[in-house]
Ligand binder design. Structure first.
Ligand SMILES: Nc1ncnc2c1ncn2[C@@H]1O[C@H](COP(=O)(O)OP(=O)(O)OP(=O)(O)O)[C@@H](O)[C@H]1O
Ligand SMILES: [Mg+2]
Length: 335
C-alpha cells in the first residue's frame, strides 16, 4: 500500500493559487525528495501533508485513509523543520522525550524510547547536555531524535540541513540516508539543493510554481529530463542549452549538453571561443568558454588542466549524449 497519496491537491491563499492540483504517490518506506526553487510550494505541500495547513481542494491519503480532516496528531506523522527550536533549559534527553512526556506516558517508557533513539543517532553520550553545549550538527540530530521517539508512520523534513556548514551538511546527509535504511520509515524531504536530492532520494519530485514538472529516480531525471526546466535544475554545473542554427540542424529548437559531455577539440571544433573563467577543483576542472553567437558554454573536464583565462579554445560535444527539446522546451525523443 502507498504510505501516502496526493490526489488533485490544490492550495489557494485568498484568491492566489500556490499549488495547482498535485498528484503523487509515495511508496511505503521510500525516501522521496521535493526539490524546486524558492517559493515553488515545497513547504506548503509538506505542511498540508502534516495537517498544519488546510487543503483547499483534493485529497491527502495516509496509509490508504483520507486524512484531510485529521489533526496533525491523528496523522501519525513527525515533522522536522529548518529552524528546529530546542528548549534551551532542557537536556537533550528531556528535549527528545518531550512529546511523550506531554502525553503523560510512563517515565520508564519515555526513557527507553529516548535511549533507543539516542543510540541510533549517536547521541547517547550527550543526553545530559543542554542545547547550548552542542554543535549545530548535534542539535540537528536531537531535533530528528525528537521526531523518531514518536515512531511515526511518515517523517517529513523541511530543509533540515540548511543551517549547517558545507562539511557538516554532507556528513549529516550520509547519516540521514543510513538512518532511513535502518528505520525503514517513509521519509519526505524538502530541499532546494539538488545535490541533496540526487544523493538521498529513491524518488525526486521536481516542483516549479506549484506544479510537478517531473517525478523519477535521480538517474531518470539526470539522463532523461522531461523539459528544459528539469534539465537545467538537476545537475551541477548545469546543462548547457544551445539553440539557433546548430540545434536546428538536428531538427530541434534547443539542444542540451551536460558539461561533462563537452570536450576540448582544436581539430575540427564545433565551437571556437575564449576561456573566461576556470574553476580548479582538483579532481576536475570547470571551464567557462565564451563563444560568439552562442553565449557561454561550460565544460567539466576530468582532472587538472593547464588552460588559462583568455586562451582561445575549440570545443566539441559528445553527440551520443545530446538532449533535444522542442519550441516549448519539452523533451523530443526522435530527431
Ligand atoms: N500564509 C501565506 N499567505 C499567502 N501566501 C503564502 C503563504 N504561505 C506561503 N505563501 C506563498 O506560497 C508560495 C509557496 O510558498 P512555500 O513556502 O511553499 O515555498 P517553498 O517552495 O517552501 O520555498 P522556500 O524554498 O523559499 O522555502 C510562495 O509564493 C509564498 O509566497
Ligand atoms: Mg520552504
Amino acid at each position: 500500500m502507498a504510505a501516502l497519496a496526493l490526489v488533485d491537491v490544490v492550495k489557494t491563499y485568498g484568491a492566489h493559487p500556490v499549488i495547482h492540483g498535485v498528484n503523487l504517490t509515495v511508496g511505503d518506506g521510500k525516501f522521496v525528495v521535493f526539490v524546486g526553487p524558492s517559493g515553488c510550494g515545497k513547504s506548503t505541500l509538506l505542511r498540508m501533508i502534516a495537517g498544519l495547513e488546510e487543503i483547499s481542494a483534493g485529497q491527502v491519503l495516509i496509509g490508504g485513509r483520507v486524512a484531510n480532516n485529521l489533526s496533525p496528531k491523528e496523522r501519525n506523522i513527525a515533522m522536522v523543520f529548518q529552524s528546529y527550536a530546542l528548549y534551551p533549559q532542557m537536556t537533550v534527553a528531556e528535549n527528545m522525550g518531550f512529546s511523550l512526556t506531554l502525553e503523560k506516558r510512563p517515565k520508564s517508557e519515555v526513557s527507553a524510547k529516548v535511549n533507543e533513539a539516542a543510540a541510533t543517532l549517536k547521541l547517547t553520550e550527550l543526553l545530559d547536555r543542554r542545547p547550548s553545549q552542542l554543535s549545530g550538527g548535534q542539535r540537528q540530530r536531537v531535533a530528528i531524535g525528537r521526531a523518531i521517539v514518536r515512531n511515526p508512520q511518515v517523517f517529513l523534513l523541511d530543509e533540515p540541513l540548511s543551517n549547517l556548514d558545507a562539511a557538516l551538511r554532507s556528513e549529516t546527509r550520509v547519516e540521514l540516508s543510513e538512518l532511513h535504511h535502518r528505520l525503514g520509515t517513509t521519509m519526505i524531504y524538502v530541499t532546494h539543493d539538488q545535490v541533496e536530492a540526487m544523493t538521498m532520494a529513491d524518488k525526486i519530485v521536481v516542483l516549479n510554481k506549484g506544479r510537478i514538472e517531473q517525478v523519477g529516480s535521480p538517474m531518470d531525471l539526470y539522463n532523461r529530463p522531461t523539459n528544459t526546466f528539469v534539465a537545467t535544475f538537476i545537475g551541477s554545473p548545469k546543462m548547457n542549452l544551445v539553440d539557433g542554427p546548430w540545434a536546428q540542424r538536428f531538427g530541434s529548437q534547443t539542444i542540451g549538453i551536460r558539461p561533462e559531455h563537452i570536450m576540448v577539440s582544436n581539430n575540427e571544433p564545433t565551437w571556437k571561443g575564449t576561456v573566461s573563467v576556470i574553476e580548479r577543483l582538483g579532481s576536475n576542472t570547470i571551464m567557462h568558454v565564451r563563444v560568439p553567437g552562442i553565449g557561454s558554454l561550460v565544460a567539466n573536464l576530468d582532472g587538472q588542466r593547464d588552460y588559462v583565462v583568455g586562451e582561445d579554445i575549440g570545443l566539441k560535444p559528445d553527440e551520443q549524449h545530446l538532449h533535444f527539446f522542442d519550441v516549448s522546451g519539452r523533451r523530443m525523443e526522435a530527431r
